[in-house]
Design a protein around this ligand. Structure first.
Ligand code: NAP
Length: 303
């Protein structure tokens, strides 16, 4: 039985592993996909204290090295369930393996939210993308659109403006949820066109996306816009399905926790974007990870 199993190796989970290993605990860090989490998709992070600018990959690689240097056990497994067992918790994995730990830290992160327009799924990879960092280069010199009004959409639009002919920024409201500094930077770009308020109501094209229909939600007016790529950045959904039966979540599926990152299940802690909170930033993810690990260490020590 491990002292602590950490589910998810993004900034929150990696930081939790760092703190728990430094406290001498037997830790297993589980990751379903690849190390680093969503921050690896940010080409340039300018708001992490101590670094004027650092790429998300550079940041997560350095953090991972720091964690591995502490001989942290890691494994690639998708966690499919979490339940109580004698002395702690049983973690069920997609390969039918079962692991046990006295304490568990959930740092499973979030997944992109689909736009919900007909043919969206069919056109993924043929014009629809959820990752400007991954797919932006395919649309160099082309007309593209970004949907969303948060920091992800604004960052994506800025990045795409470097290589695409025109970037249409489509948002359902005229005010942006993301940072005003990013909005200002975009307004200075000659090849960025703001279309607000507007929602995407249809996708056109046979094998590849060729155009989208936009509707002004206030006036009902519609227009067709020719684009080769549509980057969807309309927020995220927490990846908490495997834990929902054990820990209390809010209506949107985010795990509820107190200041110590303790969930409704004793010995189960949560860190990062998958918990209910106001600010989801790299800084707050690593902060959560540190707190969750210290709380889990104290919990294990009292058993
Ligand atoms: P977000 O802040 O939740 O923004 C989602 C945007 O999508 C909102 O503008 C929302 O519109 C819009 N939206 C939601 N559902 C929609 C729908 N069905 N159709 C059209 N538009 C829809 O999500 P995010 O931009 O992915 O950011 C997530 C978190 O990560 C935020 O806290 C953000 O600050 C953080 N982040 C941080 C960094 C960084 O640290 N550098 C970088 C990227 C993101 P409304 O505004 O009208 O609700």
């Amino acid at each position: 039985m491990y002292d602590i199993i950490i589910i998810g190796a993004g900034p929150a989970g990696l930081t939790a592993a760092l703190y728990a290993r430094r406290a001498g605990k037997r830790v297993l860090l589980l990751e379903g996909n690849s190390y680093g989490g969503q921050i690896t998709l940010s080409p340039r992070v300018e708001n992490y204290p101590g670094f004027a600018a650092i790429s998300g990959t550079e940041f997560s690689d350095a953090l991972l090295s720091q964690v591995l240097a502490l001989d942290t056990e890691t494994d690639f497994k998708v966690v499919t369930g979490l339940s109580r067992c004698e002395g702690g918790y049983r973690v069920l994995c997609d390969d039918d393996s079962e692991l046990t730990a006295k304490s568990v830290i959930i740092a499973a992160g979030v997944h992109h939210r689909p736009l919900g327009v007909e043919r969206e799924e069919e056109l993924v990879g043929s014009g629809i993308s959820y990752c400007a960092v991954c797919d932006g280069a395919f649309y160099a010199g082309a007309k593209v659109a970004v949907v969303g009004g948060g920091n992800t959409a604004l960052g994506d639009a800025l990045q795409l403006a470097q290589s695409s002919e025109t970037v249409y920024l489509i948002h359902r409201r005229s005010e942006f949820r993301g940072e005003s500094g990013l909005v200002e930077k975009l307004r200075e770009k000659e090849n960025v066109v703001f279309i607000t308020p507007a929602v995407v109501t249809a996708l056109h094209g046979e094998a590849e996306l060729e155009a989208v229909t936009l509707k002004n939600p206030q006036t009902g007016e519609t227009q067709q816009l020719s684009v080769a790529g549509l980057f969807v950045a309309v927020g995220q959904i927490p990846q908490n399905g495997a834990f929902a039966a054990l820990v209390e979540c809010d209506e949107a599926g985010y795990i509820l926790a107190d200041e110590a990152m303790a969930t409704s299940a004793p010995g189960v802690f949560v860190a990062g974007d998958c918990r209910q909170k106001q600010v989801r930033q790299l800084t707050t993810a690593v902060s959560d990870g540190a707190i969750a690990a210290l709380s889990a260490c104290s919990y294990v020590d009292t058993l």
